[in-house]
Design a protein around this ligand. Structure first.
Ligand SMILES: *Cc1c(COP(=O)(O)O)cnc(C)c1O
Length: 377
């Protein structure tokens, strides 16, 4: 197949143009923190917690060191441990599930809805047992999972629902923000997320004062007062510098979500005309923030190689579902257990959707995909 090399390069995610657009605000914010020499938690983190709680429509928010820790601390606050089962999806980022096993609890996988790639509520209900200690719903790629029936199934047994909203800050499910629907929601400020810091960071949001208190205590080694420990916690604090940066970025977040949605709408229109390409499906009751724009094609690996050769950044999220990961072999998962997740892992590909994409770049992404698919047709 002829290469179109040299025409253009489009990264999957290029953070430089965004930084250039806010450089002065960011430098001023970082400088402010440097003047105070207050680096851990502090006023900036408190201000960010207030702002994120308001934005998500939750009563409380607690800043932590990463999205991974937000999930781990949520499970700790709920009290998940040995002998407990936690139902979740195998088609997610690793740490949704590693947080469960780190606490000695057992992940129980429910397969995904093949249209949205989010956990299938019917499967969740079918996996509930007397040992179910929690359910973790993941809002993948920027679109909320179908929380209504998940909450119904959980509510019948009083099972807490954790929302892994690491990819979906700001997304809406029936008018409610991702993270604010279940018992506790987890956010990540990893640089590639829609609200990305300049390093690691994360937050939990919740309406439950007891859970907020526990996470607040657990993030500082399990004590309310320094050197007095009520429980064994961890060190998972958000940096003041990250909070100062994120407060600046909050001012632009909606505009950036809109930019992603505009790019997604363009792709939806253009790619729907190319045979063999399945565009993302977004439920009519959802508003996605498109942390990733993920298409589905039969010859995924060949398309990926072609795009890479032609300067178009793309990535597979995720190539191996978690029930088939080597480190989770002890759980006894095997091929065929979650066939929709396995098919998605073979056939999906994320293409550039970041808000600063230029029109020429978007056009080039589409024409590259078209060039591949037409030669295959
Ligand atoms: C990014 C992500 C995490 C982990 O967040 P970190 O801040 O990188 O620790 C967890 N779950 C999902 C679905 C994610 O996308």
């Amino acid at each position: 197949m002829a290469s179109r090399k040299g025409t253009m390069t489009v990264k999957l995610l290029d953070l430089v143009p965004q930084y250039e657009s806010i450089r002065d605000e960011i430098r001023e914010a970082i400088d402010g923190v440097l003047s105070t020499q207050q680096f851990i938690l502090g006023k900036k983190v408190e201000a960010l917690e207030e702002e994120i709680a308001r934005y998500c429509g939750s009563r409380f928010a607690v800043g932590v060191a990463s999205g991974t820790d937000a999930i781990l601390l949520s499970l700790m606050a709920i009290g998940a441990g040995h002998g407990d089962e936690v139902i979740t999806t195998p088609y997610t980022f690793f740490s949704t599930v590693s947080s469960i096993t780190r606490l000695g609890a057992t992940p129980v996988f429910a397969d995904i809805d093949p249209r949205t790639y989010n956990i299938d509520p019917g499967m969740v209900a079918a996996r509930i047992t007397p040992r179910t200690r929690a359910i973790i719903a993941v809002h993948l790629f920027g679109q909320p999972a179908d929380m209504g029936p998940i909450m119904d199934a959980a509510g019948r047994r009083d099972i807490p629902v954790i929302e892994d909203a690491c990819q979906s800050i700001g997304a809406l499910y029936k008018g409610k923000r991702a993270g604010s629907i279940g018992s506790i929601g987890c956010l990540s400020f990893f640089p590639s997320k829609n609200l990305g810091g300049y390093g690691d960071g994360g937050m939990v949001v919740t309406d439950n004062e007891g859970l907020a208190d526990k996470v607040r205590m657990m993030r500082v080694h399990g004590g309310r007062e320094r050197y007095y420990h009520d429980v064994v916690g961890i060190n998972s604090r958000l940096d003041s510098i990250q909070a100062a940066i994120l407060l600046v970025k909050m001012r632009h977040l909606e505009k950036w979500h809109e930019g992603r949605r505009a790019n997604a709408a363009f792709y939806d229109r253009e790619l729907a005309r190319i045979s063999g390409v399945t565009i993302p499906f977004v439920e009519s009751h959802n508003v996605s923030v498109y942390n990733q724009y993920v298409i589905r094609v039969q010859e995924r690996d060949a398309l990926r190689a072609f795009l890479q050769e032609n300067g178009v950044g793309c990535e597979v999220y995720y190539p191996v579902p978690l029930h088939l990961q080597k480190c989770f072999a002890f759980l006894g998962g095997k091929t065929g257990d979650n066939s929709e997740s396995e098919a998605a892992a073979r056939e999906t590909l994320a293409i550039p959707v970041f808000p600063e994409l230029t029109i020429a770049q978007r056009d080039y992404v589409v024409s590259s995909i078209r060039a591949f698919q037409e030669r295959r047709a």
